[in-house]
Design a protein around this ligand. Structure first.
Ligand SMILES: Nc1nc2c(ncn2[C@@H]2O[C@H](COP(=O)(O)OP(=O)(O)OP(=O)(O)O)[C@@H](O)[C@H]2O)c(=O)[nH]1
Ligand SMILES: [Mg+2]
Ligand SMILES: [Zn+2]
Length: 313
């Protein structure tokens, strides 16, 4: 029995592809029953990006896959619940350097609270979130004010916002540079262009992409698996299925504001501690909202999360 250490690069549910990194020699693997049953609280005990110990007898092939024995401790991971009501959670990816959160203003239309939930989760798990505003070729000249407003909201909150188009090629070089030498996760709603961006960075990948539906202007969930690709720039990128919902992880209501970087910065000047930043007098956060230093949109997302908290917990 040979044993080795490798990284999970593809999760197809019942079987996996592993490779050593940064070398790239993918091979088949399945889970050993023991790992499969281990209680992790998540529906998937093994996620793309996980480093694992495997064993195999003889030449590894589709018929003779390696056995994943053990998942090594994670440096980090990103997790979500299917909905706020569900008890099960799902590990999106592990051991990543950054999350590229892909969004569009239109086609499909953006929902800011949804984006804010993903960003909040990145903050909770200590993962740098970078916003990729894609498909600008489709709407920027029609709604320049909205694009400017969007960039302003998120850059003043402290996020990098990259404007991209896989059609005109705008922003693709910058995206390449951002990914160089790192493991990046691509996340976001279906149809925003995650797989197209992978192909724009490295056309040799040929990830599958799909049209959005004409009737609803929504994605059709073209990507169905979690898969890591090695780009020609010494970078690894994890393409994922479009998110349908994004349930928040367990978080005390009093903690939520700490994961809005711009609120955390202001909150030091609130008169009361703890302050919920809703009704208290001399609340520095509310004052910053009034002065436009914190955007009304982000503050509304925060209020929405507090409301949900009442509903769901
Ligand atoms: N005009 C324009 N269309 C784009 C751009 N990027 C992607 N698209 C189109 O958007 C559609 C969806 O792209 P995908 O790359 O499949 O989207 P995805 O985010 O991977 O979607 P899922 O796999 O379903 O999560 C395709 O028809 C792409 O050609 C862009 O920058 N501009
Ligand atoms: Mg896709
Ligand atoms: Zn306050």
């Amino acid at each position: 029995m040979a044993r080795g250490k490798a990284t999970v690069i593809k999760n197809a549910g019942s079987h996996f592809l592993l490779s050593e990194l940064p070398e790239w020699k993918p091979f088949e693997a399945v889970l050993k029953g023991k790992v499969r049953q281990k209680k992790s609280g998540a529906t998937n005990p093994v996620a793309v990006g996980d480093r694992v110990i495997y064993e195999c007898s003889g030449e590894v092939s589709e018929k003779n896959p390696a056995l994943i024995e053990e998942v090594l401790p994670r440096d980090n991971y990103l997790i979500r619940r299917s909905t706020n009501l569900s008890r099960t959670s799902h590990i999106i990816a592990a051991n990543i350097d950054q999350a590229l959160i892909v969004t569009t203003l239109y086609f499909p239309e953006i929902k800011l609270p949804f984006l804010d939930r993903i960003l909040l989760t990145c903050e909770v798990y200590g993962i740098r979130g970078i916003i990729v505003l894609n498909k600008v070729d489709l709407y920027r000249s029609e709604v320049p004010d909205q694009v400017e407003r969007f960039v302003d909201i998120y850059s003043s909150a402290g996020y990098t916002v990259l404007q991209t188009s896989t059609i005109s090629g705008e922003g693709i070089e910058e995206l390449k540079e951002l990914c160089r030498g790192k493991v990046s996760l691509l996340s976001g709603e279906s149809g925003v262009g995650k797989s197209s961006l992978v192909n724009s960075i490295d056309p040799s990948i040929g990830a599958k992409t799909g049209l959005i539906s004409q009737a609803h202007l929504q994605g059709k969930h073209t990507t169905s698996l979690y898969e890591m690709y090695r780009l020609d720039t010494d970078a690894f990128i994890i393409d994922t299925p479009g998110l349908r919902g994004f349930g928040l992880v367990d978080l005390e209501k009093e903690e939520i504001y700490k994961y809005f970087p711009e609120m955390l910065r202001c909150s030091k000047d609130c008169r009361f501690t703890p302050c919920t930043h809703t009704h208290e007098p001399d609340c520095a956060v509310k004052q910053a909202v009034d002065e436009g230093i914190i955007s009304a949109e982000r503050y509304n997302s925060y209020l929405g999360m507090l409301e949900e908290d009442k509903k769901f917990r």
